[in-house]
Design a binder for this molecule. Structure first.
Ligand code: SF4
Length: 462
């Protein structure tokens, strides 16, 4: 149950101090939510809390098998090579990282040996999803291999200009399920609150590429936030609010707290969630100051976005551990991508690594048919094969739910390999992870079809 106090927060899980906390009635200064304004504003006086930057215990936190021992050394080498005048402390300052996102051909060409497809896409950018890569994430890219999985997720290629039948700019029909701008109300008891149109890095398969940096159609402002909050206040069936965007953690602490505080005051809102890719692309953003603030708004959940085991670095491990230590349950969402993570081995490495970082693999998404993503999408059969290769072969916690977010607003539909074979008399016939068939004496199969069972299956049954 949430608090109903005005001006104080006393959530169902007490904050660390157990005190009533002042929460803002008014938005923080700097009404423009444009990232340039935010990162240059007075709100952004560098915080004294730089402890996240020191990374003293990073190696201790790191899943040993997937993380190269020399990761921090590689990062330093990258910084000295491409940012020789930037100190280690500045490089590990999230505001510096945001201000210095890489978005143009010249800067990328200094760092990477670009393929013809990448070069063309970077030179001809009209109408395409913007490019932005944090220097931290750029340090994870292979300078010579344009087929490296992380590179393919973040560097555009000219094939983005191909638009296939069935692809849409708004494949989930979110704009048609927005009762007020910036809020999607698809499911009965929960809403998606789009807080910003900025991410620290832009994934080339983004479902919301239509809104990214698009200030003409999707400009975010306090007025829009207010409209969304008022809608939630007046819809008592909404018990779960997911803050997304864009990435809400690109906002400064004051703006995030304003939103969390306002939503926490609504009596019927039971849980808050934040969807973010920050721990993968800008882990320096997770500071002690941020986690102390987030802790005040429990129950708060986070859906993180990880794509490939190469994202599991000492820095991302540290960010996830800090969030978990703050008591925030962490789940991860992964999009299935052709030639990037569409193998059982890659997925196993990713999901095992995430569990070691205290993140539960939550959803595996079939890639949405977003315009210009045909080169990144793979078949549903491949996704089913991967789930079949995981289920039973590793811990259940390492197996996410595989879903298709149905086009035009149908919502998430789970996909499972065929484990239920049908009935033989009263017995339900089930196939296990090894392909062996077992009987379960069901109590009531009325209304279900009885299927004939072949003689070979009869033999296999035990
Ligand atoms: S982090 Fe999420 S919202 Fe941002 S570009 Fe990537 S997929 Fe889109």
């Amino acid at each position: 149950m949430k608090n109903t106090h005005r001006n104080t927060v006393q959530g169902s899980q007490p904050c660390a101090s157990g005190e009533d906390l002042e929460i803002p009635d008014q938005p923080p200064p700097n009404p423009s939510l444009n990232i340039e304004h935010i990162i240059h504003s007075g709100v952004f006086a560098p915080d004294a809390d730089q402890s996240a930057h020191a990374l003293p215990d990073a190696d201790r936190l790191v899943p040993k098998r997937e993380i190269r021992k020399s990761d921090n050394g590689l990062r330093n080498e990258f910084r000295r090579r491409f940012y020789p005048k930037v100190t280690r402390a500045d490089f590990n300052d999230w505001k510096w990282q945001l201000r210095n996102r890489i978005s143009d051909y010249q800067s990328l060409a200094r760092m990477l040996w670009l393929s013809a497809g990448e070069r063309e896409a970077l030179e001809y950018r009209s109408g395409m999803l913007p490019v932005a890569i944090t220097p931290y994430y750029a340090s994870l890219l292979d300078p010579f291999d344009a087929d490296q999985p992380l590179r393919r997720t973040i560097i555009p290629v000219i094939r983005e200009l191909d638009h296939l039948p069935g692809e849409e700019t708004d494949p989930l029909g979110e704009d048609h399920q927005s009762p007020v701008p910036g809020l999607v109300h698809r499911y009965p008891d929960r809403v998606l609150f789009l807080t910003t149109n900025v991410c620290s890095a832009y994934c080339r398969y983004c479902t919301r590429s239509r809104i990214m940096n698009n200030d003409s159609d999707y400009k975010f402002s306090y007025e829009r936030w207010e409209m969304a909050i008022r809608y939630i206040e007046s819809h008592t069936e909404v018990r779960d609010v997911l803050l997304s965007g864009g990435d809400p953690l690109t906002l400064d602490d004051d703006h995030i707290e304003f939103l969390l505080a306002r939503l926490s005051r609504i009596a019927h809102v039971e849980i808050l969630r934040i969807g973010t890719k920050i721990p993968a692309v800008l882990p320096q953003r997770v500071t002690h100051k941020l986690t102390r603030m987030l802790k005040r708004y429990m129950p708060l959940y986070m859906s993180l976005h990880f794509t490939h085991p190469d994202e599991l670095t000492p820095e991302s491990a540290r960010a996830c551990n800090m969030l978990a230590d703050a008591g925030i349950p962490l789940g991860s969402q992964t999009v299935l991508l052709a030639g990037i993570n569409d193998s059982i081995l890659t997925m196993k490495q990713l999901f095992h690594g995430l569990l070691r970082m205290r993140v539960r693999p939550y959803y595996l998404y079939q890639c949405d048919p977003v315009s210009g993503t045909s080169h990144l999408r793979t078949s549903v059969r491949k996704g089913l094969e991967i789930i079949q290769g995981l289920r039973g072969h590793t811990s259940g916690y390492a197996v996410p739910t595989y879903v298709i977010d149905a086009p035009n607003g149908g919502g998430k539909i789970p996909l499972l390999p065929e484990y239920v074979m049908g009935y033989d008399g009263n017995d339900l016939l089930l196939k296990n992870y090894e392909g062996k068939i077992y009987r379960y004496p069901d109590r009531d199969q009325s209304g279900l079809e009885t299927v004939p069972v072949s003689s070979s299956e009869q033999t296999a049954r035990q």
